[in-house]
Design a protein. Structure first.
Length: 577
């Protein structure tokens, strides 16, 4: 067994198809000054051919993933048109009299190395896009044939050092059983595409294999556990065959719960909403019985593009979400960038600790034009459904007051223009900073609801960067300090007669369900894939049984002890799933 990182869930079993790694070998000789014009013409021809090829791939891939996911290739086209990249290539050719392919390779290496040095996982993964585009251009300049294509007549598991988005176009969803890469990241474009295609994916095997995986090796990959088995025993194959069959059976059983009311055995009703990043997620959310959208991460509207989305584009997306949900609530979080989320076209300051720096509401309050554009779009869309506004990372009364003042000014503008909107639109804040917990009773009278963002709240309470592998083992959502912060937040909300929900990863963790029952939290928002599993657990839980759990949790001195208590309140059948 080799332990990696699960990037897309599911189990796959089949023979490996290994994609070779391209190694470029260039002559050191210089070109004559009289050949510069010819080399520039070769460069421009290569760029035109590369752009045509990318456009063709995009059109071929759109039938698999749709327009939104294929915007990845728009980013690749933008690299070929980027004046900084082209200036670097041309400068090398003019100053050092190097051939077009040598200049392109040196420019690629420069930018990739520069991105790799940044302490930013998103930017490290964008370096892969530059490699992808650069290799395509180099193949045209060198007249190299296309990579070895995967088989089309039998299923396979792709194995590679790293995958690039354009290689995904050659994968037949009916034949590609799974993906294994030595490098990569869970937020990379390839990981996003794998999840969209429903293909199990395990990455991060670099340096962990005793011998390289060969073509034809039989593999078992477990995208949930993040493990890979190479040429496993018959016993292990049989065990995973049973697990895979059970997984499909359980999936079918869970799907049958989609229309069943979300409530405990003793009748306590819950709202199980969906966290979404795009409107494409809504179809599956409704199919899984979501009670609404508890968190619309609007920052994904701003990513993988060259400029900020304008008001009309945002309005169209928010309106579509409101109409598609048919009167169910849609909570739209305002722009939450910074930290591990950046925009290529929106320059943020370099920071030693961006998670504690310039991000989320802090950016919106400084860039009021950007903030107003988004608020106008949200308010306009509120006329077509039950939309709510959610501010991220509020840590003070001053921030909240300033945000609400800007919101009120936008409302006045729309009234002056006779544009309809929901005048009584609900406004809430994310509780994800310890300061917000401590002053929750001061914040509560100024908002309509709290939404607890456990992902950031846990990392800030424990001073653990959840993106840092060195301290990742210290990230414990069941730490007693976290539970006390949750309890304090809920008590402040109840005193103010305020609605409170949870929208972080803990909301979709069935182990935490007894906590919500004990605290009286009945609104949870989670990944679309978690809704039915949480409902299954909820249907077998009892509010009465969990009401006294807090006395036991108060005695726990560690996250491990907390989980042991919580497991006692979960039905055995739930634990087995």
């Amino acid at each position: 067994m080799v332990e990696g990182i699960g990037a897309s869930s599911g189990i796959a079993m089949g023979n490996a198809f290994v994609i070779p790694t391209w190694e470029w070998d260039f002559p050191d000789k210089l070109i004559d000054v009289t050949d510069l014009a010819y080399e520039f013409e070769r460069l421009y021809d290569g760029i035109r051919s590369s752009k045509n090829e990318i456009e063709h791939i995009k059109q071929e891939f759109v039938t698999v993933l749709g327009e939104e996911q294929t915007s990845i290739f728009d980013a690749h086209l933008a690299i070929l048109e980027d004046p900084i990249f082209m200036s670097e290539v041309q400068g090398i050719m003019q100053r050092q009299y190097k051939a077009a392919e040598v200049a392109v390779k040196e420019a690629i290496d420069k930018f990739v190395n520069m991105f790799d040095l940044l302490d930013d996982q998103y930017m490290k993964e964008r370096a892969l896009d530059i490699k992808d585009v650069g290799n395509r251009l180099l193949k045209h300049l060198l007249g190299v044939l296309e990579d070895t294509l995967p088989p089309r007549d039998h299923p396979y598991i792709v194995v590679a050092k790293e995958l690039i988005p354009s290689q995904m176009v050659h994968l037949d969803p009916n034949q590609a059983l799974g993906l294994v890469t030595m490098l990569g990241g869970k937020t990379s474009h390839v990981a996003i595409m794998a999840r969209a295609m429903g293909v199990p994916y395990v990455l991060g095997l670099e340096g962990k294999l005793s011998t390289p995986i060969q073509n034809g090796d039989f593999l078992i990959i477990d995208g949930d556990e993040g493990v890979v088995y190479v040429n496993p025993s018959e016993e292990l194959i049989e065990r995973y065959t049973i697990r895979k069959s059970l997984w499909h059976k359980q999936h079918e059983q869970l799907q049958a719960l989609a229309e069943v009311p979300a409530q405990t055995k003793d009748g306590a009703a819950f709202q199980l909403a969906a966290n979404i990043s795009t409107v494409k997620d809504l179809e599956l959310a409704l199919r899984n019985g979501a009670s609404g959208v508890g968190l619309f991460r609007t920052e994904f509207l701003y990513m993988d593009r060259d400029s900020l989305p304008q008001e009309e584009e945002q309005f169209t997306v928010y309106r579509q979400a409101a109409e598609q949900m048919g009167g169910k609530p849609v909570v739209i979080r305002t722009l939450d960038i910074g930290g591990d989320k950046s925009l290529d076209y929106f320059e943020l300051p370099e920071e030693e600790n961006p998670s504690l720096g310039y991000r989320a509401i802090r950016i919106s309050l400084d860039h009021t034009d950007l903030f107003k554009t988004q608020l106008r779009a949200i308010l306009r869309a509120s006329h077509y459904g039950r939309i709510k506004i959610l501010y991220p990372m509020i840590s003070s009364i001053e921030e909240l007051d300033k945000a609400n003042t800007i919101l009120e000014s936008v409302k006045q503008e729309l009234r002056g223009e006779s544009i309809p909107f929901a005048h009584n639109i609900e406004v809430g804040i994310m509780i994800e900073v310890p300061a917000a917990v401590i002053i929750a009773e001061l914040l509560a009278p100024k908002v309509d609801f709290f939404s607890i963002g456990t992902n950031d709240l846990v990392q800030y309470i424990l001073a653990v960067d959840r993106m840092n592998e060195t301290v990742a083992h210290l990230y414990d959502p069941f730490h007693p300090a976290v539970l006390r912060m949750l309890k304090r937040t809920v008590e402040a909300a109840k005193t103010a007669n305020l609605q409170v929900s949870v929208c972080g990863e803990m909301a979709g963790d069935i182990r935490a369900l007894p906590i919500w029952l004990a605290l009286g939290i009945t609104d949870l928002s989670m990944s679309v894939q978690s809704i039915l599993r949480v409902k299954n657990s909820l249907l077998q839980s009892s509010l009465k049984e969990c009401s006294a759990i807090w006395r036991e949790l108060d005695q726990c001195s560690s996250g491990k002890a907390v989980v042991e208590v919580l497991n006692k309140y979960l039905h055995p059948d739930v634990l087995a799933t």
